[in-house]
Design a protein around this ligand. Structure first.
Ligand code: PMP
Length: 281
C-alpha cells in the first residue's frame, strides 16, 4: 500500500481522512508545490521548498516545520513508496474550522498532505513540440503565489484541451503573461524573451533553471513583457514547467512557429537542462 504524508505522519492511502471544514476545500485557502523525482532523487528541492515558504508568507500561513524537516520527510515519502520517476504533490492549507471567510479566531493547525505519483517524462512532446492557443488571462493579481485557487488556470487549460492543444498561453490585454501551468519564452535572433517575475506570473523553478542554462550557454535573456503579436513573430517558442520540463511550442492558434519544428536554441536549452537532470540521476 502506498503511503501519503499527513502532517508529520506517513499513513496508508486508504486511511487518509480530510475534514469538510478544511479551508483548502472550502476556500482554496492554501498553497502547493509539485516536485519532480528522477531516479528516486528530488530535482531542485531547495528551490521548491523555499518557494513554498514564500507562498505561505504571502498568505500569512505559518508552516509548523522547518525547511530541513520538510525536506527530509519528503525524501522519506519517496523512499517509502519506492518512487523512481515521477513527482511529489504537496499542499498545505490553513486548517480546519467552521466556514467563515476571515481567518479562524482560534489558531488552527495547518494541514499538510503529500503524495507521490509515478510519471513518465513527456519525451515525445520534447522531441516534436506541441500546439497552444492564446486566451485572456482572467486570474487574480497575485499569480506569484502558488495558491490552491486555480480556477482561472483550470478554465484556460480546458479551452486548450477543447481546441486539441497542449497549453493555453495567457495574455492580459496585449501582454503575454504565462501558460495555464507553465512559463512561456520566445527566441528572436538568438535572444530569449520572457515575462519578468512579478505578481503577474509564477516564478517557475524550471524557469530559474532555464535562466541558469542560458547564462551557461551565453544566450542573452531579456525579461520584459512581450505582446501577443511579438510572440507570434518569434523564431522559436517554448514552455517550461516541473512536469513538462522544456517543451517546444510549434503552433499558436493558426500561426506556425519555425515551420512547425522545434528550433536550434530550444534544443540547446533542452540539452543543458538534460545535463542538470542527469546530475541528480
Ligand atoms: N506558471 C504556472 C501558472 C504554473 O502552474 C506552473 C507550474 N506549476 C509554472 C508556471 C511553472 O512552474 P515550475 O517550473 O515551478 O513548475
Amino acid at each position: 500500500m502506498e503511503k501519503m504524508l499527513l502532517n508529520n505522519d506517513l499513513i496508508d492511502n486508504d486511511q487518509m481522512k480530510l475534514s469538510i471544514n478544511d479551508r483548502g476545500y472550502q476556500f482554496g485557502d492554501g498553497i502547493y508545490e509539485v516536485i519532480k523525482v528522477y531516479n528516486g532523487n528530488l530535482f531542485t528541492p531547495t528551490e521548491h521548498i523555499d518557494r513554498l515558504y514564500r507562498s505561505a508568507d504571502a498568505i500569512r500561513l505559518v508552516i509548523p516545520y522547518t525547511k530541513d524537516v520538510l525536506h527530509k520527510t519528503l525524501y522519506d515519502l519517496v523512499e517509502e513508496n519506492e518512487l523512481v520517476d515521477g513527482h511529489i504533490y504537496l499542499q498545505i492549507t490553513r486548517g480546519v474550522s467552521p466556514r467563515n471567510h476571515a481567518f479562524p479566531i482560534e489558531p488552527t493547525e495547518p494541514v499538510l498532505i503529500a503524495y507521490t505519483q509515478t510519471a513518465e517524462r513527456p519525451v515525445n512532446n520534447h522531441r516534436n513540440g506541441v500546439s497552444a492557443i492564446l486566451v485572456e488571462d482572467i486570474r487574480w493579481l497575485r499569480c506569484d503565489i502558488k495558491s490552491l485557487n486555480l480556477l482561472g488556470n483550470v478554465l484556460a487549460k480546458q479551452k486548450a484541451h477543447e481546441a486539441n492543444c497542449y497549453e493555453a498561453i495567457q495574455h492580459r490585454g496585449e501582454i503575454v503573461t504565462e501558460g495555464s501551468s507553465s512559463n512561456i519564452y520566445g527566441i528572436k535572433n538568438g535572444v530569449l524573451y520572457t515575462h519578468p517575475t512579478n505578481q503577474y506570473i509564477l516564478n517557475g523553478i524550471t524557469r530559474q533553471v532555464v535562466m541558469k542554462c542560458c547564462q551557461e550557454l551565453g544566450i542573452q535573456v531579456v525579461e520584459e513583457p512581450m505582446t501577443k503579436e511579438e510572440l507570434l513573430q518569434m523564431d522559436e517558442v517554448f514552455l517550461s514547467s516541473t512536469t513538462s520540463e522544456i517543451t517546444p511550442i510549434i503552433k499558436i492558434d493558426d500561426s506556425i512557429i519555425n515551420s512547425g519544428k522545434p528550433g536550434d536554441f530550444t534544443r540547446k536549452i533542452q540539452q543543458a537542462f538534460e545535463e542538470k537532470v542527469q546530475q541528480v540521476m
